[in-house]
Design a protein around this ligand. Sequence first.
Ligand code: BEZ
Ligand code: FE2
Length: 404
Amino acid sequence: MTILNPNYIYMNKTFKENVAVAFNEHIQAIDTLENLKILYPHAQVVQGQKNSVLYPGFINTHVHLEFSANKTTLQYGAFMPWLDSVIENREDLVAKCDNNMMTQACESMMASGITTFGAISSFGTELEVCEKTPQKVIFFNELIGSNASTVDMLYGNFLERLDASKQCGNGIIPAIAIHSPYAVHPIVLKHAVEIAKNEKLPISAHFLESQAEREWLENESGDFLAFFQKFFSTSKSVTNIDEFMKSFDDVPTHFIHAVQATQEELTYLANKGHSIAHCPRSNRFLGCGRLAIEELIKLNIPFSIATDGLSSNNSLNIFDELRAALMLHHLEPLEALSTLLIEGITNKPAEIFALNSGKIEVDREADFALVTLPDTPSSLKSIALQTILHVHTVNALYINGEKI
Ligand code: BEZ
Ligand code: FE2
């Protein structure tokens, strides 16, 4: 048993003082240090530094480890030139991205307190690294393929990768990722959603990331027209926005981005119990616009904050992401937004994916990120903001009660 005694603990969207946590693999008790010492006289007591804050381990719901080799290769600024640059450089980037590089990506996430992440896997090449990292991984096997002549083969490959992820032991949660409305044929989409529903697997889908995607799905025009003519010799979209959304009616889905979704579409998602992953830096770097999180708040749609991959970001540091979100949503009240952002990497993703972590509460898995503020906060309600402003790396990370 370990008793951890920080200055502040993040619980139920507030910060508590004079409270410590006793845990082994799971949290056993939350009480004053004195009471916990009486309850567990043989426990090892770990005293947090001055101005230390204990958070649940952070959950980064959306990252593409396989593209971790990108630093300066891909074209940022607008979605279509970026996608063109991905197609042009994909093979090289994936070939350059060896296990060592992906392990470093996992380590950089751990340095910023990430104890669980959602890995979007296009090829399955990161499975070994995900098995070895101490972190918990929701392993989203990606389904892609809009072209009728190749889609069966691609679906078969998807099933094989999904199977391989099911063979892994603890730490890997097999899951399904639908690439996007424009890149997945509705027939295989239906099959994959059925699997998610029947086997209760987590499912996510990129959705309405760019204006170009919207234009293509609505009018079969815009930048995607030339793209599909060039690479797939077609001028027809395989689906539209309504049809795509309706495919997920029976299975709560984590929709990634949704920057270009209308209020009506967001309302539809809310009514069907879906959730959204918000990747502020990725959206900014790919010229996709700003997700109206004020609408999500109004509609009460659960949302997570995620880094996306290094193919559309400059780091996997979750504090960098939260700082970007603070600046992007400049009309939101600062302290309230900070709390929502912390919720978006703790309790919200845990709720969305039914994880027994993300909250400091008895019986939850003992995943923690311990950080230190540079000075004493002037109020308890400012701690989320001050954490986002000042913290770059954690002092300690615990996964299932073990110090990493
Ligand atoms: C496809 O496989 O159909 C596809 C892949 C990337 C972008 C668009 C379509
Ligand atoms: Fe993504």
